[in-house]
Structure formats: structure tokens, C-alpha cells
Design a protein around this ligand. Structure first.
Ligand SMILES: [Fe+2]
Length: 297
């Protein structure tokens, strides 16, 4: 067996690389696992083309890299409406019978929040580490996923702003991201389920110690700041961090698996024809712990 079968080739800006020489249907060697983590640390987005894997193989690959984060109570599908087990985040536009959601479906409209820049699970006390998205079917056009390098965003701040953000704590909730799209009819149960959590605005990577902005459309407030001032400031930061030179846009092919580090990037889905199926399945690696102390309920 070769010492390292994984090779990476940079695509687009320094955020992303394509991985060659690996077959995700087979168990990874410890060297492969180490090479993938090293690639994630260096780039933050890795692209694996032509991976004909099924759900079990995607789960096995994900587990070889760490502990899985379950998707429970994070969307508006009820338990009877799940198409996939909770080891997957079902970010397709399909119901449990594999039919495209009606245009006015509440589940669909809620999920359109993914069109806004975000970091997966930043609305959880322990936010996600990596996300792994595998394309089973893709629409005829559109539907790219864009990734922004939040290390570059941090580096682009002027000295005064960098000092200002250093110790700020934000409040994240899916209610804040959906409000931006005019989705506001939450039930009392949903308001309770989606209550805000606290996250640091600046994160330091545990391995290479580079700092990054930890932003998302889920961020709706800064502790100690008036809400409109906080939201205006967060918008400014998002604008800085998502300049085109910091963004890699992934055009999906069936069989692509794209893995990204939610601690160092934001992403967003782009529009596509609403009546066409887009079956993409996400597994998620759990983060190491909270980024900030929470307030008692
Ligand atoms: Fe996402």
C-alpha cells in the first residue's frame, strides 16, 4: 500500500482543492485519514469527484473522520416526514416519497434559508466541524454551492475592526436567518426549539492557529449591542468576508462529494429550477465543544 494515496490539487482561490487517488467505497488507511485532515486544515474545502457511494458508504467514510452530528429537530420535517435517517441532514428538495416539495411547502420555504451565507449548525451550542455533501441527482442548471474563506475575511479587516471583533459574542438562531427572507410564522414550539445560542465571532483553528470570522445569517445579535447596530455591523462583516476573490463556487456533478470546514468557511446554495429534483445528502461531523459560554435558560 502506498504511504499516501491522497493527492490534492488546488482549484479556484486558496480555499479549495480537488482530491485524487481515493475511492470512498473502500475503508481508508490511517495515512489517508491523516492526509484528508491535513488537506482540510490547509484548504478548508475538499472536492472528491466520481464517488459512486451509497448511504452506508457515506456514513462509513464520515465516521472514519470523527463523530457524526445527528440532524434532530433542526428543520420543519416532522418525524414521519423524514426521507433519510437522522445520521443525515436531508438538504434535498424532496419529501419522503422522493417527490419535489410544492412551491409553497412550509418545509421548502424554511429550507430556502440555505440560500443565505451560513455555517452549518452555528445555531447549536456545539456547532458542526465538517460537513460532507454528496450529490445523487442534480438539476439541469444552477444549484452551485459557494464557499467563502473566513480566514481571508478576518485578514481583510482593518486593525481597528480586528481589535473590535476579537472578544465579541453573537447570538445565532435559525429564526434570525429565516426572518431575513420574510419567513416569520413560527409556532410556539418552534420558537422554543430554535432559541438563540451564543458563539464567538472570532475562532482560532486548533491546529494551525489561524483566526477566522465565525459568521452566519443565523447571527442576529451581538451580546451587549443594540440589535439594529449589531445587525448592520454583521452585514458589513459578511460583505467583507464574501468578496469574490475569497469565494470558490462549486458546480455539482452527480457523484461529487464536497467536504468543508464550518469553522473556517461560510457557504450558500444558489438557485435552480424549483420543479427539478436536487438530491444531495449531507453527513456532518460534530464539533469539539461550545465556542462560548451559554446563559442559563
Ligand atoms: Fe449548509
Amino acid at each position: 500500500m502506498p504511504v499516501m494515496s491522497v493527492t490534492t490539487r488546488q482549484v479556484g482561490p486558496c480555499i479549495a482543492a480537488e482530491v485524487e487517488g481515493i475511492d470512498l467505497t473502500r475503508p481508508l488507511s490511517p495515512e489517508d485519514v491523516a492526509a484528508i485532515h491535513a488537506g482540510m486544515d490547509r484548504y478548508a474545502v475538499l472536492v472528491f469527484h466520481d464517488q459512486k457511494i451509497d448511504d452506508e458508504q457515506q456514513l462509513a467514510f464520515t465516521r472514519s473522520l470523527g463523530e457524526i452530528e445527528h440532524a434532530i429537530g433542526t428543520g420543519l420535517r416532522d418525524e414521519q416526514g423524514y426521507r433519510l435517517p437522522t445520521t443525515f441532514a436531508d438538504v434535498s428538495n424532496l419529501d419522503k416519497d422522493n417527490q419535489v416539495f410544492a412551491r409553497d411547502s412550509r418545509t421548502r420555504l424554511f429550507s430556502l434559508g440555505n440560500r443565505l451565507w451560513h455555517s452549518d449548525s452555528s445555531f447549536k451550542v456545539v456547532p458542526a466541524k465538517y460537513s460532507l455533501l454528496h450529490a445523487r441527482s442534480v438539476p439541469s442548471k444552477g444549484g452551485n454551492t459557494e464557499f467563502a474563506d473566513m480566514r481571508a475575511g478576518y485578514n481583510a479587516l482593518d486593525d481597528e475592526t480586528r481589535a473590535l471583533v476579537q472578544d465579541l459574542i453573537c447570538e445565532h438562531s435559525q429564526i434570525f436567518s429565516r426572518q431575513q427572507l420574510g419567513f416569520t410564522d413560527f409556532t410556539p414550539e418552534e420558537i422554543e426549539r430554535f432559541k438563540p445560542v451564543r458563539q464567538c465571532l472570532v475562532r482560532t483553528h486548533p491546529v494551525h492557529k489561524r483566526k477566522s470570522l465565525y459568521l452566519a445569517s443565523h447571527a442576529g445579535g451581538i451580546v451587549g449591542w443594540p440589535v439594529p447596530e449589531a445587525r448592520a455591523f454583521l452585514r458589513d462583516l459578511v460583505e467583507i468576508a464574501t468578496q469574490r476573490q475569497f469565494v470558490y463556487s462549486h458546480q455539482w456533478r452527480v457523484g461529487d462529494l464536497v467536504m468543508w470546514d464550518n469553522r473556517q468557511t461560510m457557504h450558500r446554495a444558489r438557485t435552480f429550477p424549483a420543479h427539478e429534483p436536487r438530491d444531495v445528502r449531507r453527513t456532518t461531523l460534530a464539533g469539539d465543544g461550545p465556542t462560548a459560554a451559554q446563559v442559563a435558560a
